[in-house]
Design a protein around this ligand. Structure first.
Ligand SMILES: [Zn+2]
Length: 326
């Protein structure tokens, strides 16, 4: 999603649907993992120490909250946890989000880029070996980076200013993001605003849908977390080395992003004059539900999907932490 053009996605679904989850969903992933990790005293102690006593549930939303520091350094403070706050501020300073119309020096990413990847949903591809929408600093690359920091394979004074504590905070959040279909799969549009399959030569414009569709609401996070931490989700276990998990997770969710996009219709796609394919996103657009001939309505399907993904996300986060902090 390179340079953002201040896109606003008008969503013409009934409220309470969507495939993305905001603070409550992230908090729920953290809360499930808190309960899972509590059973393992040595891992729990390490988490406590790295987070200065804060819970995974609390820190799960920090990587989004710190985006408010871009424009207002006093937007919020981590009162009582100055050491953590200083580390998070150093992280934002090392990966600054450029002001509109400006860009960072080459090789310096924005911390906003770390939350997603934009694998096209049009074709049949997986994360590898394609290149459209992927970057050295997308979520599939940053998750293993944080794992390396926590394991000591990457020094804490790395150019991204990701210390062990920051790495843990980011992992808690990114594990939530990578279980959101629209943070991984993206719709692309040609210069006329029609959906199409982008290529390196003709990269088009991405939808930035996942970041703008935050509509899902929960009944009661606390009650749900207890149940979801107890009940083992189906098909949640990952195999192989933990640093391959992010790519496995991305590949798992892409078909769901694909299904979401077949259930939705994008209209009034606007591309700002002078936009550069492969660099800029669309300016605005409308997404609405296609008429269903029987079957589930999008909103119900989306709600069920989100719940399943949060459930798996929480269990996988706990398993990941046990694997790397053991
Ligand atoms: Zn995020």
């Amino acid at each position: 999603m390179k340079k953002t053009l201040g896109i606003v996605m008008a969503v013409t679904l009934f409220a309470g649907s969507g495939l993305s989850y905001g603070p409550r969903g992230h908090g729920l992933v953290g809360a499930i993992a808190d309960r899972r990790v509590a059973k393992n005293t040595s891992v729990k102690a390490k988490v406590n120490q790295l987070l200065d006593g804060l819970t995974l549930q609390r820190v799960a939303t920090l990587p989004d909250e710190i985006k408010t520091w871009d424009s207002n350094p006093n937007a919020f403070h981590l009162t009582g946890h100055q050491g953590l706050e200083d580390q998070l501020r150093a992280f934002v300073a090392a990966n600054p989000n450029p002001k509109p119309g400006q860009s960072n020096p080459p090789g310096v990413p924005s911390h906003h880029e770390f939350h997603f990847t934009d694998v096209p949903v049009f074709g049949n591809e997986q994360y590898s070996p394609g290149d459209v929408g992927r970057s050295h600093f997308d979520i599939v690359q940053m998750v293993p980076f944080c794992i390396r920091v926590l394991r000591g394979d990457e020094p804490e004074n790395n150019p991204r200013a990701i210390t062990k504590s920051v790495a843990l905070i980011l992992l808690v959040h990114y594990l939530g993001d990578i279980h959101q279909p629209l943070h991984v799969g993206a719709e692309y549009f040609d210069a006329q605003g029609n959906p199409f399959d982008p290529s390196t030569a003709n990269p088009g414009f991405a939808d930035q849908g996942g970041n703008k569709l935050t509509l899902f609401t929960f009944v009661s996070g606390k009650l749900i977390a207890r149940g979801l931490a107890r009940k083992e989700p189906t098909n949640w276990k990952l195999t192989g080395a933990v640093d391959t998990w992010a790519e496995q997770l991305a590949n798992e969710i892409i078909p769901i992003a694909r299904e979401a996009h077949t259930r939705l219709e994008f209209t009034n796609i606007k591309i700002a004059p002078g936009s550069i394919p492969g660099k800029d996103d669309i300016k605005s657009g409308r997404v609405s539900e296609k008429k269903q001939s029987g079957g589930m309505f999008y909103a119900n399907w989306a709600a069920a999907t989100v719940k399943t993904e949060i459930h798996k996300g929480g269990w996988r986060l706990a398993a990941l932490l046990e694997e790397i902090l053991q």
